[in-house]
Design a protein. Structure first.
Length: 513
């Protein structure tokens, strides 16, 4: 008797089924390419940073806003973007996010001043926060068959990882042979083509059940609080911490943060971040760890790109190529951790990865202006990225374990937000500390009449600043590993007081881009 299940390949395929499968293939390509663009723009700017700094005359401490503006809006609005797709339709929100992302890329490519570029990057982050959750939900509703869905998610994850890997290389090629502006312009033709195909091929769908209200107040207050905090931190190189203007901005940030907590706890009928999630120790611990890893990961790419080009004199293309071994290392670590976590426990693998990540960053803190890639960067960079890759899968598992099934997607999105927020705050603090260290060394060099030329003296001073940033980043990542002790070991209770003991706490898989 022939097998009539959906997974059977014995039955002849009807023309209608063949057309449906072809349409699904087009949807998969469109969705994956959109996610590729979103992830690509996290990493593609790193190699172009020195060219951007020279072209638009950024101060060293303000250059981090090119990265931070994107990360802040992306992380701060990511959960809201997921709600928008469910409420107003996945196809509609996909098109809105894609259109905004493409338009912001065009604006950034034509930027003639710092403000325009930073604003464009922030708008790109908004578009990415709207677009990225829609890509995953579209796959979920399009591929109903379990095996087909697994393949689609695998393709989505591979493309997301590939976007991060390709960013450095593409950024180097575009910057060197065209202009840094093309790291933004490249999104425009791709975005237009995807928009046209998506309008024709994507089907509309919405979440079933009662319509939930959007927590706009929560999204606005948390994003505003983060922007003000980063602004205050990044300007302490010229305005002291004790200055009235700094204290006022910090107080405003604190007020918005308190308002956010109050809104989530008491006001919002459907809060953006249900605070009850943090009663689960594994969720709290995993998000704290990811915050620390966000600091270390983004700081490493940012400062290495500057060091390789501004101190060692590498071209953008060569700089992009030097990042490839680190990309392979992070992928290898993530792959290996999937095998080690069931055997040794996610918490133990996470802490081992944190120790290796911190060790690699500590190694990088010994860089010298006279180093080459092989003597100063290669070993520490590979060790740091392998360790971080080793930790990412356990973090995703722990962040979604111990929560009800209906909250698994929210918990997964929350850990992604923690990474982006950690990157934003950490990068602002580390660039300020690095710039301060560089200024101190330059001042000491001038006073002592250092025999080296001005250019060489500046390279020595910048190296000292970058080394200081790597050292502090290593401490933060190590602290993240120690925070892993918050996470209960296997078999121990994972919830805090007040959690409903009858709730379904089966763990759910997470896709972390």
């Amino acid at each position: 008797m022939p097998d009539s299940s959906p997974l059977s390949s014995d039955a002849p395929e009807s023309p209608v089924a063949g057309r449906a499968r072809s349409s699904d293939g087009v949807i998969l390509v469109v969705v994956c390419l959109a996610q590729f663009m979103v992830v690509l723009d996290v990493s593609i700017v790193n190699v172009a940073l020195p060219a951007i700094q020279s072209s638009l005359h950024f101060r060293a401490v303000d250059l981090q806003w090119v990265v931070t503006a994107y990360a802040l809006t992306f992380g701060g609005l990511l959960l809201l973007g997921g709600r928008l797709a469910d409420l107003f339709g996945r196809r509609r929100i996909f098109l809105v996010g894609l259109g905004l992302f493409t338009a912001a890329s065009l604006l950034g490519g034509f930027a003639t001043d710092q403000t325009t570029l930073i604003a464009a990057r922030a708008l790109q982050g908004v578009g990415a926060a709207i677009l990225s959750p829609a890509t995953l939900t579209i796959l979920t509703v399009t591929f109903r068959d379990q095996r087909a869905r697994a393949k689609a998610f695998g393709m989505w994850s591979a493309v997301a990882a590939g976007g991060g890997a390709a960013g450095a290389l593409f950024g180097g090629i575009l910057t060197q042979y065209l202009s840094w502006r093309w790291i933004l312009f490249v999104n425009v033709p791709i975005g237009i083509a995807l928009f046209a195909v998506a309008r024709l091929r994507l089907h509309e769908s919405k979440a079933e059940g009662p319509r939930r209200r959007l927590d706009l107040a929560g999204a606005a207050t948390v994003t505003g609080a983060l922007f003000l905090l980063v602004y205050a931190i990044s300007h302490t190189d010229v305005v002291p911490w004790t200055a009235t203007s700094t204290l006022v901005v910090l107080l405003a940030s604190l007020v918005l943060l308190v308002a956010f907590v109050a809104i989530e706890a008491k006001v919002a009928s459907h809060p953006l971040v249900p605070l009850r999630l943090f009663r689960v120790r594994s969720v709290t611990g995993a998000n704290l760890v990811m915050f620390c890893f966000g600091v270390g990961t983004f700081a490493m790419w940012f400062f290495l790109s500057l060091f390789l080009q501004q101190v060692l004199g590498y071209s953008p293309v060569v700089t992009g190529l030097t990042f490839l071994p680190q990309t392979v290392a992070i992928a290898a670590g993530a792959t290996l951790s999937g095998r080690l976590s069931p055997r040794f426990g996610p918490r133990n693998v996470l802490m081992a990865g944190a120790l290796m990540g911190a060790g690699g960053l500590f190694w990088l803190s010994f860089i010298q202006a006279g180093d080459s890639y092989w003597t100063g960067v290669c070993g520490g960079g590979i060790l740091a990225t392998f360790g971080m890759g080793l930790a990412f899968t356990p973090i995703a598992l722990l962040a979604t374990g111990g929560v009800p099934h209906e909250d698994a997607g929210l918990a997964s999105g929350l850990v992604n937000c923690s990474r982006q927020i950690g990157a934003s705050i950490g990068l602002a603090a580390l660039t300020t500390l690095a710039a301060s260290r560089t200024a101190t060394i330059v001042g000491a060099t001038v006073r002592s009449g250092h025999p080296a030329g001005a250019s060489e003296a500046l390279k020595l001073a910048m190296t000292e600043g970058y080394a200081r940033a790597f050292l502090i980043a290593s401490v933060v990542v190590l602290a993240g590993g120690l925070l892993g002790f918050i996470i209960p070991p296997p078999g121990a209770p994972s919830t805090g007081a007040g959690w409903d003991d009858d709730a379904d706490q089966a763990s759910a898989p997470a896709l972390v881009d």
